[in-house]
Design a protein around this ligand. Structure first.
Ligand code: NI
Length: 184
């Protein structure tokens, strides 16, 4: 796998729907991919990115809401608490903002890029981004949470994105920020 070939995949790309495999052993290639993912996340003004969003079928995410960069391998949620709705955007579904209910607080377990086991407690926006990225690892996208009315509203947009994803060109400038959060 060429890390230089990594780019953000857009809605319509089947790789976004694939469930990722756990990383059994962390190699220098995984660390390279995590760095490249961070670069792409920052370049897109995003606050999170999952490996499936760059076409890598392994369980890895990067997250930075402005409080520091997390590079996590095999992240999984072990505890959820509370409920909170907020508009979310996704780097793979540019131009779409959807109000999504998620747990307000989560506890995750993961491994760091040095293979060290980690336990992370997060709330509010950070908890939301972790849930969003872990959804990606299972092939779940924000559009799956859309209400019937939302689905009608974004139908045309999704059709356009699908077409663009087939054309393989989508300028980052198309990324629309949601009122309260940046794309993830
Ligand atoms: Ni996303």
């Amino acid at each position: 796998m060429e890390k230089t070939a990594l780019k953000i995949r857009v809605f319509g790309d089947p790789v976004l729907r694939r469930k990722t495999k756990p990383v059994k052993e962390v190699t220098p290639l995984h660390r390279d991919i995590l760095s490249e993912m961070s670069r792409l996340m920052y370049a897109g003004f995003g606050i999170g990115l999952a490996a499936s969003q760059v076409g890598v079928n392994e369980s890895m995410i990067v997250v930075d809401i402005g409080t520091g960069l997390y590079k996590l391998i095999n992240p999984r949620i072990v505890k959820k608490e509370g409920r909170q709705a907020l508009e979310e955007g996704c780097l793979s579904v540019p131009g779409v903002c959807l109000k999504i209910k998620r747990a307000r607080r989560v506890v995750l377990k993961a491994e760091g890029e040095d293979s060290r086991p980690l336990t992370i407690e997060a709330e509010d926006l950070l908890a939301r981004v972790f849930q969003h990225e872990i959804d990606h690892l299972y092939g779940r996208l924000i559009v799956d949470y859309a209400s019937l009315l939302d689905k009608l509203k974004i139908k045309k947009k999704l059709k356009d994105l699908k077409k663009k994803s087939e054309d393989e060109r989508l300028p980052v400038s198309e990324t629309k920020f949601c009122k309260l959060s940046r794309p993830m």
